[in-house]
Design a protein around this ligand. Structure first.
Ligand code: SAM
Length: 339
């Protein structure tokens, strides 16, 4: 499956898991409903003509609504990024002066193109907002971030997404509790909520009550659903699996991610998909995965000492530091944003 990659980035992006999710999700007559849209990568690969796509982060919804309405086009994105990229290139403090200018303008005015700029020039493609709702990810420290090839890559991503978004796609910015009850028996709901016990920010607070509410709504729904969550990592298990999600079917898969640019900064987590329908020919663990060198991978991970994993700034550290309202401006990062 060739995955359509969205122009907006975030640490929770499910790009690598899309084929697994789409293999599991049944084809339905009704709508694709996504109460926690995020970057949109799963919806953009769902292939549905009718959809209800929602996120409490209004910047995400405004961006994709702008594409649907034809206000944001590949050409407007190119013109904008070429202009702002040039200003970034020539700005003082190795480009940081212009990054701050765009960040402050975005915090004042909330322009979708400034949102795209920050998403594509922030540290490691992360998205995070402070307690006041301000952008809270530092610059990737590459004054030449918007090189001609990078601008073209983003413009192509906008072009693909504008092609995929259909007239029958409805974008909303409401709490999930107002979206799930709108589903009927012909629809499929895909839920990717903030992970319990993990990231927290202005748009991603997630409490025990939220998880309980989500469970109750999914238990009641007549629609089919697939829920993404984490199952366990090397240090702990997700207690919500036993508390709620084992009431349904659960499949799992190993997922590797990097908290820095080096191979030794690789971490692993076991992801889960929870669902309320029957499947055949679907492996309970690592469906569709072909490990080239499983033993070597295991050794790299298990042989690591704790301090070896953290010779650069990890995403967890960054998460901790950016919890305050101080925008974290001076970190030395060595891992370029992957896009
Ligand atoms: C884990 S992310 C989704 C990632 C997405 N599947 C992707 O691949 O990019 C969770 C999203 O839920 C949104 N969100 C958090 N709390 C919410 C709530 N109560 N109702 C609706 N959306 C919420 C966040 O803004 C965030 O974009």
């Amino acid at each position: 499956m060739k995955v359509i990659v969205p122009p907006i980035k975030s640490q929770g992006i499910k790009t690598k898991l899309v084929p697994w999710i789409m293999d599991l999700a049944p084809k339905v007559e009704g709508r694709w409903i996504e109460p926690f849209l995020g970057t949109g990568v799963v919806a953009f690969n769902s292939g549905h003509a009718n959809a209800l796509l929602n996120d409490t982060n209004p910047h995400i919804i405004r961006f994709y609504q702008g594409i649907k309405d034809g206000k944001i086009t590949p050409q407007t994105v190119r013109t904008y990024l070429e202009k702002e990229g040039e200003l970034l290139h020539n700005a003082g403090d190795s480009g940081y002066d212009h990054f701050r200018f765009i960040r402050d303008r975005f915090n004042e005015e909330g322009s979708p193109l400034d949102f795209l700029f920050l998403s594509r020039s922030g540290f490691n493609g992360m998205m995070r907002f402070s307690k006041k709702g301000n952008w809270n990810i530092p610059f990737c420290k590459k004054p030449n971030r918007f090189s001609p090839s990078y601008v073209t890559k983003i413009v192509n991503q906008v072009a693909k997404v504008s092609h995929v978004i259909q007239d029958g796609w409805d974008f909303r910015s409401d709490p999930f509790s107002e979206i799930i009850p709108l589903a009927n028996k012909d629809d499929i709901i895909y839920c990717d909520p903030p992970y319990h016990g993990r990231y927290v920010d202005y748009y991603n607070g997630w409490t025990d009550e939220d998880e309980q509410k989500l469970y109750s709504l999914l238990k009641e729904t007549e629609a089919k659903f697939v829920l993404s969550t984490w199952h366990h990592n090397n240090y702990r298990e997700n207690k919500m699996i036993n508390k709620f999600w084992n009431d349904f079917n659960v499949v799992t898969r190993d997922h590797y991610y990097h908290s820095g640019g080096k191979i030794k900064n690789r971490n692993t987590i076991v992801e889960a998909l929870v669902f309320n329908f029957e499947v055949s020919d679907f492996d309970e663990h690592n469906h569709g995965v072909r490990h080239k060198k499983p033993v070597e991978q295991l050794e790299i991970f298990h042989g690591m000492k704790k301090d070896e994993k953290q010779n650069t700034i990890s995403e967890e550290q960054l998460m901790e530091w950016t919890k305050s309202d101080n925008v974290f401006q001076d970190c030395q990062v060595d891992s370029p944003a992957k896009a």
